[in-house]
Write a protein of this length. Sequence first.
Lengths: 155, 72
Amino acid sequence: MSAVCVLTPIVIGSWPMIATAVGGVAASLGFSIASGVGNESGKRSHNKVESELPNSEVIEESISRGQSITIEKDGVTVRIGQDERGRCTVCVSSENLSKAEMKAVGDEVSGRLIQQFTYHKLVTELKQRRFEIVDEQMTADESIKLRVRVGGGPG
Amino acid sequence: MKQPEYSIEIGSDGKVRVEVKGAQGQLCMDLADLIRDIVGQEESRQKTSEYYSTDGAVRIQGLMHGRVREQP
């Protein structure tokens, strides 16, 4: 190897890009999509923990603020949406979990959301540059490993 | 010369670790910069020995020169 970098992703994308990543999160964590993309609505629980996805911004296109996607598993509901400033938010609600347990679920979903967003963005950008993805695997600790052969150079 | 490669690991917490392999000097830095520009903020970067090396042909030539001089 000749250089090793550690990077913190910045999640800036349109709502469809976020929605694609949420689909990946749901699939990898065993959630099902409860409401699909839509405006914030439906039943509300008082027992909830809401957090903001760090370094995130949803680029507003032709959609209005307040859109969200809800995923569910075992009585736990996670709503991924955006706040007034355009930041991506993750809200976990459940009648059975404690606040700490809901926060843990929110942290896990947030991490996976960043992972899926970054994966889709990287693969799209590298393919556009005609770089070749020669190997792709999910490790035991749920990391995504990619081996990419540089094609026509970084330009 | 062997084509440069990336080894990219995206953790379940979203952190990204990138290794650039088979590239030296400015090309290596340019390839690392490319991934940084796609992904986001850089927390750390370490150059390894390969970064400073020249390509294999020059290294072999230098080694052969040394051996010729050693002969009586």
